[in-house]
Design a protein around this ligand. Sequence first.
Ligand code: COA
Ligand code: AMP
Length: 630
Amino acid sequence: MTYREVYEACKINPQHFWMQAAQAIDWDQKPSRALHQYENGLYDWFADGRVNTCWNAVDRHVMNGRGGQTAIIHESPVTNSSCAITYRELRDNVASLAGALAKQGLQKGDRVIIYMPMVPEAIVAMLACTRIGAIHSVVFGGFAANELAVRIDDCQPKAIIAASCGIEPNRIVPYKPLLDSAIDIAKHTVDFCVIFQREHAVAELTENRDVDWNDFQHNVSPANCVPVEGTHPAYILYTSGTTGAPKGVVRPTAGHLVALNWTMKNIYNVDPGDIFWAASDVGWVVGHSYICYAPLIHGNTTIVFEGKPVGTPDASTFWRIIAKYKVASFFTAPTAIRAVKREDPTGKFIRTFDLSSLRALFLAGERADPDTIEWAQNALNLPVIDHWWQTETGYAIAANPLGIEQLPIKIGSPSVAMPGYDVRILNESGYEVNRGELGAIAIKMPLPPGTLPNLWNADQRYRDSYLTTFPGYYETGDAGYMDSDDYLYIMARTDDVINVAGHRLSTGAMEEVLTAHPDVAECAVIGVTDPIKGQIPIGFLCLNARTYRNPKNIVEEVVNSVRQQIGPIAAFKLAVVVERLPKTRSGKILRNTMVKIADGQEFKMPATIDDPNILNEIREALLTIGYGTQ
Ligand code: COA
Ligand code: AMP
């Protein structure tokens, strides 16, 4: 079948399409139908099925003769080590940890926060939770204690599973002080913490609260897989919204299994047994879907990579690992390729490795700029597939489905909508615009299986964030256009979310930190273009009239506060002090105009601007930190 035929088949009869796809999953109780739609406009997938995620990702492969196949390869240039874990070993490790959690009273529906770096134990912890129906929430290691505390209070976990440290190329990041401080800040009390000790920074355990990973599992009986309803949350993953409070995206169990499994062949074109590598982090959605769940559900070998595209030790790391393990399909963020390209512009490292196993390079997480795609295409001589998705959807909304057919690649476009996604470009009044015209990108409800049914404990926020602006549609928060061949082009966000090195961050959250500084009267944070990270944040501070302190010190303090309160991953290193912020007459800060000035782009003077002279002040301030043009 062609892509068009597959897409139409799903559109005409989604029940049939997804029930067919569901046959690839082992059910404890088969669902009677795929889609259940309710009168209030909401819907569920596979609601009356019963199933277990861990069984499908691990145990069934052992039962079906893949016990000896490598499930996880850990490749860690930052510790100079690597290891492999078979599906049988993975099952035993997961069943043991799950048994220990169950022995401590953890049950279906209880939440567990996982705060771990890129070690296989992070995957073991995720799977152990899903094995007993507990709901995990993985928190990325680059977030500060305060962000961890916010997540503890929102999902109220009974337990936290953490490692003693993470390892960045330039430093060891002890997790225990961050964990302790987060637990202190949080109002919710966790029952216990399980600490995976790493020799690089062994943590001192807190009495009556912390238990060592190995001791915890001593003498426990392995746990069996607990079947859960199709709609049971497999996990909660927090992502940035427009305010400081992150959104807890809920992932429904059955739809997640069915859809992710479908994507492995149809989008990534891999077969069970193939080596699949997504160089991301388990703290992000790409890590959930394509380091942990999808490859394992589909019977692939997945690579857990603890390193960076450059500097660990050099820009050949990706290619060395692909050659070493004969990776069939590789997935990373454009920013990683830009970093590699900067260090190795002629691609000389690429030519020193046998990359014949590799069939395609997939990019996502941010807009893939044409330069980067062309460089990778030329250097690798392979299809470079941009695909577009979000934490909320959990897998690609638009892609080039290599396993169905390879469509022509149009550079600058993540290609076409995947089955189940009815993507429309709407104007402000909610009407579809013409092909080629820019608009808000929305998806007609219902979204396909595996996508978010809700936000954790935030029904109204879910409706307000996604369903209200365009009734009957899911609002993606992205703006772009569709060409006459149905190819999508994702151009910008419509909200205050920025994308720094493939990481989604809220400028609103950073503004909340800046405003809390006693000398700051008003502020704005914008995302400006960065050649490697795509965007980086810059802060503008208006100081209180009675402040006589050196502005330099205040800038230093706010930079430090963002690092302390949001984390190093925000990459907030630049701020300037200005007298006033440019605003419309109604008081709205003209952030887009400020971005254009910083990027040195032409812009139209906003008709509603209160005082055009302020833009010159902004330009002057930006010049002092090397942004914008005279
Ligand atoms: N734990 C603690 N700190 C972390 C961290 C973690 N897991 N990950 C990153 N950080 C820190 C870094 O050490 C750095 O700190 P610094 O300010 O002291 O230098 C800061 O957060 C920013 O990190 P990063 O974005 O990784 O920037 P970088 O300059 O170190 O590296 C790239 C640049 C492009 C190499 C890097 O961003 C990269 O590999 N990006 C790929 C992103 C990706 O895969 N995204 C997945 C989405 S699909
Ligand atoms: P996240 O939820 O962190 O995965 O971020 C999702 C957001 O990243 C999307 O809403 C887009 O703004 C951006 N994004 C992800 N993939 C792409 C892509 N291929 N092209 C353009 N933007 C992308």
